[in-house]
Design a protein around this ligand. Structure first.
Ligand SMILES: Cc1ncc(C[n+]2csc(CCOP(=O)(O)OP(=O)(O)O)c2C)c(N)n1
Length: 654
């Protein structure tokens, strides 16, 4: 696109609009009508020039100083102001602040507070565009301060390895909160890093809207044709405090003076004046037009009601509540297969049936994954859908989120469940909270080979489901046998919410069961009574179910075993049913005891069904140490297997 006179004038309007809105916001802040403001004054040329250079359906992932992105995309200002003021009618229904929202109508995916967390998500869009061959691109904004975050490095590395059409746009405004750039990084310019990641890097004058426009237009054109990431460093300056309350005392006056002479709007006005495109009266006319456009909308938003809701509505919106569609299973056409094969079959058959499924993970393609779950998949489904990743848990999970927003159903294999800690932020803050915050379903399945039994020690054998059990928005699924594994994995892949699917490694090759040959599903959130009994209930999941089954073979008591199948959300109904029936409860899990799933179940029963209990609820889990390496220590000391009998006797004798 060439910047003819008409476009230059349009650009002028787009530059002036966020400046005017900001000035009003600063006033409202002083009047105590808004609580926080992160000023982008002096940096507007970057937001506006970039957005103006893109197509409307190119996806932008802006940060906290990028009001100009929203205004140039012609966002509904009334709704925006309601959002900023936390009033009824805002984009997040009062659930998140400022620019923390996305809206697909404007192809904007807003930030979360955690800096750099959206860069991996930008990759998901880049990958989707590449797979769909639709020539779109994604642009992710990032402050120079946030370029020290791991997500920045993981994301640009992954984008480069996969040649994704993403522009990573660093706004280098001199400070990260109060920290000057010489305390943030050691290279001369941040684009020096581009070479290290094998990508193009270019510096642009971030205070010159035409330069920004030209650079972004140029690279947008290049990467639409030849997908690849680009790192742009827009040099600019933060003219006000980090946020208004924090002031600017620490910034040398000389720097402020130097940069105040480079104000992007004043300089653009001078340029337009020398080109005889604008006059004083034209400037006045634009100012009045903007004022007429903005002020009534601010007033209306200020007069809007404060956000209202109900507890039920808030809880309901944590998940996407699409109704479960049953795929019946045909038990007359089964074969006996191992746990690992049931998972493999589920994945294989889903990939065959549903083109939106993609598997990503370390060593999963040619090598077939360390547990060989995806062996041979590459030949059948090809490199685009069976994707080896660099060792970047966070970037890959974030990429899955972008893909999910684009309508894919990505499945990410963690090499071992233990390594999910490196993707923690993406899971608990991005995947889990997006549906609640702005109503966007995130259909991502994470497969986590978990648990003991292979003598792999504290970093390859952990049970870490409880890390995530506390997080609204996630679903935790944990099958105990091959039949459940196939059906539950199928449901997980189709579930519009983020699902963590725990696969017990020790069951992979040790357990066999009858599994229908064709694909079927099992509803998430529903537990299963594995064996009926009347004396006592063992509530358990995963490997615990198998311990319980083994135990009751030689027990004189009539024991009911409830296999939870899903840990989050818990099937409270069935838990209470079994309590009412047997009046004695043992909660059994492999995970260590303190703060485990058992604690929550126990609390729920005591609060709601205390009067049905004939004995105190007992919990049995592993001891509160890291899981040891020695198989002997693991079995004899750490795990609770040998203590089941003692606990049952205690419960029955109460
Ligand atoms: C992971 C994380 N750590 C710390 C913070 C607190 N924080 C918010 S903004 C900010 C400074 C960001 O600097 P920069 O990335 O340069 O962006 P700028 O604010 O200058 O536009 C900090 C430290 C945060 N939001 N996220």
């Amino acid at each position: 696109m060439k910047l003819d006179d008409k476009k230059l004038l349009e650009l002028y309007y787009y530059l002036k609009l966020p400046r005017y809105i900001e000035e009003r916001m600063l006033l409202l802040l002083r009047q105590g009508k808004i609580s926080k403001w992160f000023s982008g004054i002096g940096q507007e040329a970057i937001s506006v020039g970039t957005t103006y250079a893109l197509k409307d359906d190119d996806v932008i992932l802006p940060m906290h100083r990028n009001l100009g992105v929203f205004t140039t995309r012609k966002i509904n200002l009334n709704k925006l102001f309601c959002q900023l003021f936390g009033k009824e009618g805002g984009y997040t229904k009062g659930r998140d602040r400022t620019f923390h929202f996305g809206n697909l109508n404007y192809a904007i995916i807003g930030m979360i507070s955690h800096l750099a967390a959206m860069l991996p998500v930008a990759n998901g869009f880049g990958l989707s565009f590449k797979l769909k061959k639709n020539k779109n691109i994604a642009v992710a904004f990032i402050g120079e301060g946030a370029t020290s975050e791991g997500d920045f490095h993981e994301a640009i590395n992954l984008a480069s390895v996969w040649s994704l059409p993403v522009i990573f746009l660093i706004e280098n405004n001199g400070y990260g909160l109060s920290t000057p750039i010489y305390e943030q990084y050691k290279c001369k310019d941040l684009i020096d890093r581009a070479a290290g990641y094998g990508m193009i890097g270019e510096i642009v004058d971030g205070n010159n809207v035409i330069d920004v426009f030209k650079v972004i237009s140029n690279y947008a054109k290049i990467i639409r044709k030849t997908p690849q990431p680009v790192l742009i460093e827009a040099k600019t300056f933060r003219m006000r405090g980090h946020e208004e309350a924090s002031g600017i005392k620490y910034v040398p006056k000389a720097l402020l003076n130097k940069w105040s002479k480079k104000d992007p709007i004043v300089n653009f006005e001078k340029f337009l004046e020398t080109k005889k495109l604008i006059t004083k009266s034209y400037k006045n006319k634009i100012y009045k037009k903007i004022k007429r456009q903005v002020l009534p909308k601010i007033d209306k938003a200020l007069k809007s009601d404060v956000q209202q809701s109900t507890i039920n509505k808030e809880i309901y919106d944590v998940y996407n509540n699409k109704t479960f569609k049953k795929i019946e299973c045909n038990m007359s056409d089964c074969k006996k297969i191992r746990f690992v094969d049931s998972i493999r079959e589920s994945l294989y058959q889903k990939l065959e049936k549903d083109k939106r499924t993609i598997i990503m993970g370390q060593d999963i393609a040619e090598y077939g994954g360390v547990f060989k779950v995806t062996e041979g998949f590459l030949d059948k489904f090809g490199k685009e859908r069976i994707r080896n990743t660099p060792i970047t848990e966070s970037a890959v999970i974030g990429t899955a989120m972008g893909l999910a927003i684009e309508g894919f159903k990505p499945i990410v294999e963690m090499q071992f469940a233990d390594f999910v800690s490196d993707g923690f932020n993406q899971i608990v803050n991005n995947l889990a909270k997006t549906n609640y915050r702005w109503g966007q379903a995130i259909n991502v399945t994470l497969r986590l080979p978990t648990g003991s039994g292979i003598g792999a020690g504290p970093f390859h054998s952990q049970s870490n489901e409880a890390w995530f059990f506390h997080v609204p928005g996630l679903k935790l699924v944990y099958p105990s046998n091959p039949f459940d594994a196939k059906g539950l994995l199928c449901s997980s892949i189709d579930d519009p919410n983020p699902v963590l699917f725990f696969e017990h490694k020790a069951l992979y090759r040790s357990m066999k069961g009858d599994v229908p040959k064709k694909l079927y599903n099992i509803e998430i959130g529903k537990s299963n009574i594995i064996k009926e009994g009347t004396d006592l209930s063992i509530i358990t999941y995963g490997m615990g179910v198998n311990w319980a089954i083994n135990y009751i073979r030689n027990s004189k008591y009539s024991i009911e075993i409830l296999d939870l199948r899903t840990l989050l959300p818990l099937d409270e109904e069935n838990i209470y049913k079994t309590v009412k029936k047997t009046n004695r409860v043992l909660i059994l899990h492999e995970d260590n005891i303190t703060g485990g799933i058992g604690a929550e179940i126990s609390a729920l029963i005591v609060e709601n069904y205390f009067h049905f209990l004939d004995a105190p609820i007992m919990r049995l889990g592993s001891i509160d140490t890291p899981i040891p390496f020695s198989l002997n220590l693991e079995k004899e000391i750490y795990l609770p297997i040998n203590k089941i009998d003692e606990k049952i006797k205690k419960l029955m004798s109460f």
